[in-house]
Write a protein that binds this ligand. Structure first.
Ligand code: WTA
Length: 651
């Protein structure tokens, strides 16, 4: 980060105000929440905490800020499972559906709030029976089945912190996380359905425990696919057997607001993942607040669907805690959007009359690739709000979502946030904000951001680094077991500010445009160019379905731009087309942003969470060896990309 400016080439003139009819019924449709928070943000968050949550003991102090350590509502007491379940049941809403669950083979379960509460109480007793106590940690390694939120909520009922490990991770990843967190129990399943077969989980847990995670004494196994796994006597227990005898009497224990709620491991710049710590009161306040206002949630009538995986923070905050705290009905699904067919999402939306859909740009681009005929097979008119998260959304994908899923009128909320921020931070409010395709717009009320240059000076127009200048309720409380790394990673780059690691620009109207991680910003002949903007320009070419851009080393220009593109279904691979795509970027963004090489590939290497593995693409660009590719969705993809790169080198 030696040079301050991020050059930006693209402008966007289209804008979409909230439709009048939408604004008229919205949970908020004017500036009042922003004004209130600007006037006194502590008082604002205190009001939200008291109105959205039920406290066993009210708090007297809102914020204790000892930079970089924040405590929110510290002397208050509450229980997360009581807020997510008991209070809705006690208010007579026990028969309301909490989850409509869709298994991949087509099996479905409808679980009401009172049924969910009973399961949670029983499972909390199971955990107690294994000797778990407040402050202990358990690992959860499960497919997208209802036992997963049940296990999480049971933990919160008794003050045990969960560490959910995404079901696609390896045995090594389980070992690292269990050792770091000193997890005592692993909760898993035999397997989960994925693309027509049972993806085994229990054997991976066995392999992990073989490698060694000495703190783990017990494993609880839900039987999802009847795969008949080995069960180790004394260590492994079937979920259905331990639940059969469990009592459903288990009062929710009031917790300190700063009680550790969960750890969620996320990768940083070093090899060792960081255990991001989230606590109870502030976290639940912000996820409930954002879920209510960002998605314009009407708990009485809405059927909300976040199509993420609970293994990631999006699922924690917007499948489990936010939606349940707000007492709404959610859809939850197992499997992938293309099994049994490529219209799976649209079919589910039609059948349940889903009102909010929350997904990722990478999924939207995949839907684009599959073609508009898939959504057109279904009635999507129940939809009210469309959300996206996880990466910058290119304007073309935004417009496709707007037009083909949103019928040209549903508001789109592009939500920027991170595992570390716990909840949405930058996003439109659908009844308030005029959106622009590709911009996440503005910070939510009560969140304060600043763009800065290399010297930490505030940037009010143009490119800079995204920082957060005041604490927020759902902020990470630290990195588990590593206070120094917490300070170093987030609080040492700019004095007194949280450094998000993302580049962004502010346009003339004060809109924020996220430009991707700053480590993905390229420097070509002294010009900084965002990978995201080049990707967006590539995808703008009619023959391109998806693109990833990296900066490879170049003797002449420092870095050179390598564009990897996937073509739309019927486009013919040819050198002419590659050149045409390259020129298209030149026309769209300026010659400096034209890729040196465009490599046409059948697929892109992605992590199991769907993020493009740019490091690998950079290695290919640099002709380096590929190293460890085991976290790839499909390791074969990398070899294929390397072959294509070698071919285009020879040309
Ligand atoms: C990126 C996911 C642009 C960003 C919730 C951030 C986004 C990282 C957006 C965090 C968005 C997330 N626009 N970029 N709307 N949302 N990002 O921890 O680079 O998996 O730093 O959290 O994703 O990823 P994480």
């Amino acid at each position: 980060m030696s040079e301050p400016t991020i050059e930006v080439y693209e402008t966007e003139d289209r804008s979409f105000p909230p439709p009048a009819a939408f604004a008229a019924q919205a949970n908020t449709s004017d500036r009042s929440l922003y004004d209130e928070a600007d006037a006194d943000y502590e008082a604002f968050w205190a009001r939200q905490a008291r109105e959205l949550l039920t406290w066993d003991k009210d708090f007297t102090e809102v914020l204790d800020w000892q930079l970089p350590f924040a405590k929110w509502f510290a002397d208050g007491k509450l229980n997360v499972s009581a807020n997510c379940l008991d209070r809705h049941v006690d208010a007579g809403r026990g028969d309301k559906v909490a989850y409509h669950w869709e298994g991949e083979p087509g099996d479905t379960v409808t679980l009401t709030y009172s049924e969910l509460l009973t399961e949670v109480k029983k499972f909390a007793n199971v955990l107690k029976g294994l000797g778990l106590e407040k402050g202990d940690r358990v690992a959860i390694y499960m497919p997208m089945i209802l036992e997963l939120p049940i296990a999480m909520l049971a933990c919160t009922r008794i003050g045990v912190a969960h560490s959910v490990i995404f079901g696609g991770f390896s045995a090594d990843a389980i070992v690292d996380r269990c050792i770091d967190a000193e997890a005592k129990v692993i909760i898993t399943a035999d397997a989960g359905y994925r693309r027509g077969s049972a993806a085994l989980l229990k054997p991976t847990v066995d392999a992990a425990l073989e490698i060694g995670a000495p703190s783990v004494t017990d494993v609880i196994v839900a039987n999802r696919c009847d795969t008949n796994p080995d069960m180790v006597e004394g260590r492994d227990h079937w979920w259905h057997e331990v639940m059969a005898d469990a009592s459903d009497d288990c009062p929710a224990e009031p917790m300190d607001a700063e009680q550790l709620l969960y750890l969620l491991y996320t990768s940083g710049t070093t090899a060792k993942p960081k255990g991001i710590m989230h606590t109870t009161g502030g976290y639940l306040t912000q996820v409930a607040f954002t879920h209510k206002y960002v998605f314009d949630l009407k708990p009485e009538t809405d059927i909300y669907w976040c199509a993420a995986d609970i293994g990631w923070v999006t699922g924690h905050s917007y499948i489990v805690y936010g939606p349940l705290a707000n007492g709404c009905t959610s859809v939850m699904y197992e499997g992938t959007p293309d099994t049994p067919d490529k219209d799976r999402l649209w079919d589910i939306i039609e059948r349940y009359k889903v009102t909010q859909l929350y997904t990722a740009p990478t999924a939207i681009r995949m839907f684009m690739k599959w073609g508009v005929q898939e959504p057109q097979k279904h009635d999507l008119s129940s939809l009210r709000v469309l959300g996206t998260v996880g990466e910058p959304i290119n304007p073309e994908a935004w417009m496709w979502y707007h037009e083909h899923i949103g019928g040209n009128e549903r508001p789109i909320v592009d939500t920027w946030w991170q595992t570390e921020t716990g909840g949405n931070m930058i996003t439109p409010f659908p009844g308030v904000t005029t959106t622009k395709p590709g911009s996440a717009t503005h910070p939510i009320p009560g969140v304060f951001m600043e763009l800065v240059d290399d010297d930490g000076n505030t940037v009010t127009n143009g490119g800079g680094y995204l920082t957060i200048s005041r604490p927020w309720p759902s902020m990470l409380r630290g990195i588990w077991g590593n206070e120094e790394r917490y300070r170093e990673t987030y609080w040492s780059t700019y004095e007194g500010k949280y450094f998000a690691g993302d580049g962004a620009r502010l346009d003339d109207d004060g809109y924020l445009w996220l430009l991707g991680r700053v480590d993905d910003v390229m420097n070509v002949s002294g010009h900084r160019i965002s990978t995201t903007e080049v990707e967006s320009a590539l995808v703008d070419h009619p023959a391109v379905a998806e693109a990833a851009v990296v900066g490879g080393n170049d003797d002449l220009t420092g870095q050179a731009i390598f564009g990897y593109v996937i073509l739309v279904g019927d486009a013919e691979v040819s050198d002419e087309l590659g050149n045409e795509i390259r020129e298209h970027v030149g026309v769209k963004l300026g010659k400096i942003a034209r890729p040196k090489t465009v490599i046409i590939v059948p697929d892109l290497p992605k992590t199991r969470s769907g993020k493009i593995m740019r490091r690998l693409l950079r290695d290919v660009a640099d002709g380096n060896s590929l190293g460890d590719t085991t976290t790839l969705a499909d390791p074969g993809v990398v070899a294929e990309i390397a072959n294509r790169a070698a071919e285009s080198d020879e040309d």
